[in-house]
Ligand binder design. Structure first.
Ligand SMILES: *Cc1c(COP(=O)(O)O)cnc(C)c1O
Length: 349
């Protein structure tokens, strides 16, 4: 597969913005090249210098932790940024389309619509797995990107590896696997197979298990060609210096992340077994993530009841295959205890 054939033609020859930090790469000297304030910042901490536009330190550290090469890594302002950049890199407005598999994460469709790119929807099967046959039937010459999410949001489950493999092998475009929740099932990541498929992009994030949602640091892993074009079209200083530094620190504390993951999984299983006791809960979908999708008698009513008791969950009932469902994020021990207490008092009539 020729990736260059998939890229929007006018971007093949784009001259990227060249920042001051690109023209001169040394670390020592009197820097009079970027119109910064040389005296200092208006707050105690020093933020007066522009950050590294290439995220070199973070990529180096991440490449060690993820056992991949820095050239296969793109760092974004959250993973929402690479979603948008990939659509802009491959999809011509008004002409091309992306394929999504609802119920799934909302940003793929929003980013596409923002860019005037059509969205083809091929629903998951009733057990929330890929409908591989219909995905391939629906793909046309203008289908540039297939977005998969595994573990999927809002359903919580992993997509079967065989199904993903069969679409990756047959789809003539870019396949994005969004692994935002992969830290909860690390051995299921597609990262170890990245080199087999030049058209594969894997998204991960510091926002969930790593606990850095506020800092907006997302990751895309892909082949050299795709990463190099993403670097070309990104805003020069897309990730601020504080976020870059803090993400590097986080990577040095991987065992803390692993402890959080173990604690959240234990809590999830506890919440799950308690929820099962309630008659108004019709079904709890199996979860490989830090949330549970539950089908209830009357989602709106239960949602309102929880809100009235100060507990905010997500009503996902408007999504395909998700009638009367709530998505409940696993909280702290105390928060989950409170959730279960409040549910004890729920009168379902
Ligand atoms: C939370 C989430 C993200 C993360 O987005 P960030 O921009 O990195 O915070 C990406 N994809 C899915 C499916 C998510 O649920």
């Amino acid at each position: 597969m020729d990736i260059l054939q998939l890229i929007r033609p006018h971007l093949l020859h784009l001259t990227p913005y060249s920042s001051a930090r690109d023209d001169f790469k040394g670390k020592e000297g009197i820097f009079l090249d970027a119109n910064e304030n040389p005296i200092g910042s208006t707050v105690t901490q020093s933020y007066n210098r522009y950050p590294d536009p290439h995220h070199s330190e973070l990529k180096k550290k991440l490449s060690e932790v993820k056992k991949t090469s820095p050239e296969n890594i793109f760092i974004g302002n959250g993973s929402d940024e690479p979603i948008d950049l990939l659509i802009r890199l491959f999809c011509r407005p008004e002409t091309d389309n992306i394929i999504i598999c609802p119920p799934t994460y909302g940003m793929y469709a929003v980013s596409a619509e923002l860019n005037d790119v059509k969205v083809k929807q091929v629903n998951l099967t009733p057990d929330f797995q890929l409908d591989t046959k219909r995905i391939l039937e629906n793909a046309d010459a203008h289908s540039k990107i297939l977005f998969l999410c595994s573990p999927n949001n809002p359903t919580g489950n992993l997509l079967r590896e065989n199904d993903i493999e069969s679409v990756v092998r047959s789809f003539n475009g870019i396949i994005v696997i969004d692994e935002a929740y992969i830290d909860f099932v690390p051995h299921s990541s597609w990262l170890s197979r990245l080199n087999e498929f030049p058209n594969l992009v894997i998204l991960q994030t510091f926002s969930k298990a790593w606990g850095l949602a506020n800092l907006r640091v997302g990751i895309a892993f892909s082949s050299l060609v795709i990463i190099s074009y993403m670097e070309k079209i990104k805003p020069p200083y897309n990730v601020n210096g504080y976020s870059q530094q803090t993400a590097v620190q986080a990577l040095q504390n991987e065992e803390i992340k692993n402890k959080y993951v173990a604690a959240l999984i234990a809590e999830r299983d506890k919440v799950l077994s308690e929820l099962k006791k309630h008659l108004f809960i019709k079904k709890i979908f199996p979860s490989d993530s830090n949330f549970l999708l539950v089908r209830v008698n009357d989602a709106k009513k239960l949602y309102n009841y929880l809100t009235d008791n100060g507990i905010i969950v997500r009503n996902r009932s408007s999504l395909p295959l998700c009638e009367n469902t709530l998505r409940i994020t696993i909280g702290t021990q105390e928060e989950n205890k409170r959730l279960l207490e409040v549910l004890e008092c729920y009168k379902d009539n």
